[in-house]
Write a protein that binds this ligand. Structure first.
Ligand code: ATP
Ligand code: ZN
Ligand code: MG
Length: 302
C-alpha cells in the first residue's frame, strides 16, 4: 500500500480525480466513474432478490423536511443550505460592487426551500409517511444520491460532495433487525469479492457538541451503528466504506410512520460510500484498472 506522494496527488496526477481548488470537491474521470458504475451494479446484484423499490432523488431536499428530520439537532456542523439572490436592482448593484472591491457579497443571499441532502435516505422518510401505514411485510427501498457534508479534508476519502447508495428498510423491529443482520453478512462477502482487506466495527456518528457526547456513547453501547472499514489513507485509521445503521423508532416517530399493527415503525439503512469503495480499489489494486487482479476485474466487469 506504500507509494510515493500523497494518495490524493497521485489521483490528480493520473486524472482519476480532478482538482477544483476546494478540498473535498472533485471532478471524476471516465475510468473513475466506470468503477463506480460497476460497483453500484454489483450492489444491485447482491440486493436484487429482495425486490426493493427503486427511488432516485436529486441531491437537494425540502428545507421544511430537513428541519423536521432532526439533522440540525445532531449535525449542524455538516449541513449545507442553498441560498439565492432574491433582491432588486439595488441589491444586484451591491453584489457587483462587493465583487469588485473584494468584499463579502453573500449578504444579499437568502435561504431557499432547498437544502443539500446529507444522506441518501433523508428525503425518503416523509415519502413513506405520506403513503400511510406500512403493509404487513414492511417496505424496502433502493436509493442513490450525491450527498453534501461540510467536512473539507485533504483525505480523498472525505469529500464534501459524494455518492451514497442505500437500502432502507421500514417495518417491525424484527424485520428491520433481520435486514441489518443480513446486510452485515452480505456487505462483507461483497467486499471480500473485491479482494479488499477489511474489518467490521461498532461506530458512532459525529453528534455535535457537549450534548452530542452522550449520544455517541449511547449509539455505541446499543450497537446501533456498524461500519465496514478498509484501510485506504492509513492502516491505523481505516475508512468506513459501508455503514449499517439501526435508527430504532427515531424516523418512525419523527415522521409518524406506523406498522400494519399500528405500532411506530422502526427503520434501518445500509449505506455504501461509492467514491470510498472506488478509492479503496485504486489504493489496493493500483491506479491502472487494467492491471487489477483478474478475479476482481471479473467481479466488476464480468
Ligand atoms: P465517517 O465516520 O468516515 O465520517 P460516516 O459515519 O459519516 O463516515 P455515514 O454517515 O454512515 O458515514 O455515511 C454512509 C457512507 O457514506 C459511509 O459508510 C461512507 O462510505 C460514505 N461517506 C460518509 N461521509 C463521506 C465523505 N465525507 N466522503 C465520502 N464518502 C463518505
Ligand atoms: Zn440512511
Ligand atoms: Mg462522517
Amino acid at each position: 500500500m506504500d507509494v510515493q506522494g500523497s494518495f490524493l496527488d497521485q489521483l490528480f496526477d493520473r486524472g482519476l480525480l480532478i482538482e477544483t481548488g476546494v478540498d473535498g470537491l472533485y471532478g471524476r474521470s471516465g475510468v473513475f466513474e466506470d468503477v463506480i458504475a460497476r460497483f453500484d451494479a454489483l450492489v444491485t446484484r447482491y440486493g436484487e432478490a429482495d425486490g426493493a423499490e427503486v427511488m432516485r432523488f436529486p441531491p437537494g431536499m425540502s428545507r421544511p423536511h430537513f428541519e423536521k428530520s432532526g439533522y440540525l439537532k445532531s449535525f449542524p456542523q455538516l449541513a449545507g443550505t442553498v441560498h439565492s439572490f432574491c433582491g432588486d436592482d439595488q441589491g444586484h448593484a451591491r453584489i457587483i460592487e462587493c465583487l469588485a472591491t473584494g468584499e463579502d457579497w453573500t449578504g444579499e443571499q437568502k435561504a431557499t426551500d432547498v437544502v443539500l441532502t446529507p444522506a441518501a435516505c433523508y428525503p425518503l422518510y416523509p415519502v413513506i409517511a405520506k403513503r400511510g401505514p406500512l403493509p404487513p411485510e414492511g417496505r424496502l427501498f433502493d436509493l442513490q444520491s450525491y450527498c453534501f457534508r461540510h467536512e473539507p479534508s485533504l483525505e480523498p476519502t472525505r469529500m464534501q460532495l459524494f455518492r451514497m447508495r442505500e437500502y432502507v428498510r421500514a417495518g417491525t423491529p424484527e424485520q428491520v433487525v433481520d435486514f441489518r443482520e443480513s446486510w452485515l453478512e452480505r456487505g462483507q462477502e461483497l467486499i471480500k469479492s473485491l479482494a479488499l482487506p477489511m474489518k467490521v466495527d461498532v461506530a458512532n456518528d459525529p453528534f455535535f457538541g457537549r450534548a452530542g457526547r452522550m449520544m455517541k456513547v449511547n449509539q455505541r453501547d446499543q450497537g446501533l451503528k456498524f461500519e465496514l472499514l478498509v484501510p485506504v489513507n492509513s492502516e491505523e485509521s481505516p475508512t468506513a466504506c459501508l455503514s449499517f445503521n439501526y435508527h430504532q423508532n427515531h424516523f418512525g416517530q419523527t415522521w409518524g410512520i406506523a406498522t400494519d399493527a399500528g405500532e411506530t415503525a422502526h427503520t434501518a439503512c445500509v449505506g455504501f460510500g461509492l467514491e470510498r469503495v472506488a478509492l479503496a480499489l485504486f489504493r489496493h489494486h493500483g491506479l491502472d484498472v487494467k492491471t487489477w487482479p483478474k478475479p476482481v476485474r471479473e467481479t466488476l466487469w464480468g
